[in-house]
Design a protein around this ligand. Structure first.
Ligand SMILES: CC(C)(COP(=O)(O)OP(=O)(O)OC[C@H]1O[C@@H](n2cnc3c(N)ncnc32)[C@H](O)[C@@H]1OP(=O)(O)O)[C@@H](O)C(=O)NCCC(=O)NCCS
Length: 348
């Protein structure tokens, strides 16, 4: 691991030691390094795949089909398990892969309503070449470790995983939603697509948006478009043009179940009622289709326009979240927690 990264974690631990000398932060150090290593390795492994035209997550799907052996065919459920993806995420990826000619779908002869997904000849060629490059890169990721050190690390991680797997909660993770298209007055909200990402990133970079959201993180937007994040992301369209972005995240712990919304609109689309309508449309979906009784939103406390827009939908202020958000200037800013109960959703 690069020296800088360990320094960063050491600094965090040092701050904790100074502020709370009574706490033992050893576990925080180990896990912090584990997570950082994963993030850095992910980035190193993704870049060469992207150069080969493989979008984030494609490698996993193609590899699952390839290693299943001839005829390199699986049903979407097996693929979902093999790639640890949600069904919504799998469907989206398969659409893109089919558009690119790397996989093809056919009706399952044994299941009238089912489909099978198969590698095309092009897909097989692509994954065979990609996996070779991928292995070379994996070697690069581990190059600082001698063979004996790798075996030790492997043994330790195996031991850790065995224990964690035993302790895993038996409740299954809620099935994420299928993509939907939502219509409001003057706005359409549809699942974010990879090809929307550049437009959305340009909008987020506009000063009137970035001051409330910070600059765009294109890699994260791509992951959202591929359905690989907890948040469910949508493009907001008006007159067929993308004018903004809206997302929700769900808390599925039954006793605290609710959903949170975030939004931004391009500067030219602000102040025309579109934001209010987009929030109302998504809130309606979350309440009526996703069964939520409570929705939250947390604008910066001095974002008067956003607060006014959310009040128009029916959100009420709950309280100030002190030093809640680090703004692009690097200062901590207060947030305002607002919530809306299902019965308070205003008229359309
Ligand atoms: C916040 C946002 C989503 C609101 O959507 P919008 O379409 O612009 O909002 P609307 O036009 O529906 O409503 C805005 C309301 O705020 C009012 N308003 C505008 N500027 C205001 C200000 N400085 N102070 C108080 N109210 C203000 C408007 O008059 C309007 O209320 P009204 O209909 O009662 O007259 C949008 O402006 C936006 O994306 N802004 C930039 C990014 C951002 O702030 N995102 C939210 C982060 S939580």
């Amino acid at each position: 691991m690069p020296k800088d990264s360990s320094d960063h974690i050491d600094r965090i631990l040092e701050q904790w030691r100074r502020e709370r000398p009574d706490l033992d932060t050893a576990a925080m150090g180990v896990l912090g390094r584990l997570f950082l290593a994963r993030d850095l390795a992910d980035a190193m492994l993704a870049a060469p795949l992207a150069e080969r035209g493989l979008q984030p997550g494609w490698f996993d799907v193609l590899a699952a089909l390839r290693r299943s052996g001839s005829p390199y065919e699986l049903n979407p459920t097996d693929l979902m398990h093999a790639t640890m993806l949600s069904s919504g995420g799998t469907t989206k990826r398969l659409d893109r892969l089919a558009d690119s000619g790397l996989v093809e779908r056919r009706a399952d002869p044994d299941d009238r309503r089912g489909t099978l997904v198969r590698l095309t000849r092009r897909g097989k060629g692509a994954i065979d070449r990609a996996v070779e490059a991928h292995l070379v890169n994996e070697e690069r990721v581990l190059r600082s470790l001698a063979p004996a050190e790798r075996r030790t690390l492997d043994d330790l991680l195996r031991k850790l995983l065995e224990e964690l797997d035993r302790d895993r909660p038996i409740t299954s993770i809620a099935e994420p939603p299928e993509p939907v298209l939502l219509r409001g007055r003057g706005v359409v909200i549809r699942p974010l697509r990879v090809e929307d990402v550049d437009t959305v990133a340009r909008i987020q970079a506009e000063p009137g948006v970035a001051r409330w959201w910070g600059p765009p993180d294109v890699a994260d937007l791509r992951r959202q478009a591929a359905g690989d994040t907890e948040e469910v992301a949508f493009a907001i369209l008006s007159d067929g043009e993308i004018v903004g972005f809206i997302q929700y995240a769900e808390e599925d712990e039954p006793d605290f179940r609710h959903a949170g919304i975030d939004i931004f609109l391009a500067e030219h689309a602000q102040g025309r009622g579109l934001g209010t309508e987009a929030i109302r449309t998504l809130a309606r979906h979350l309440i009526h289709e996703r069964g939520h009784h409570r929705i939250t939103i947390d604008p910066t406390a001095d974002n008067a326009r956003a607060i006014r827009a959310y009040e128009k939908v029916g959100f009420r202020p709950v309280g100030i979240l002190r030093d809640y958000w680090r703004s692009p200037e690097g200062t901590w800013r207060d947030g305002l927690l607002m919530d809306l109960l299902a019965s308070e959703l205003g008229p359309t």
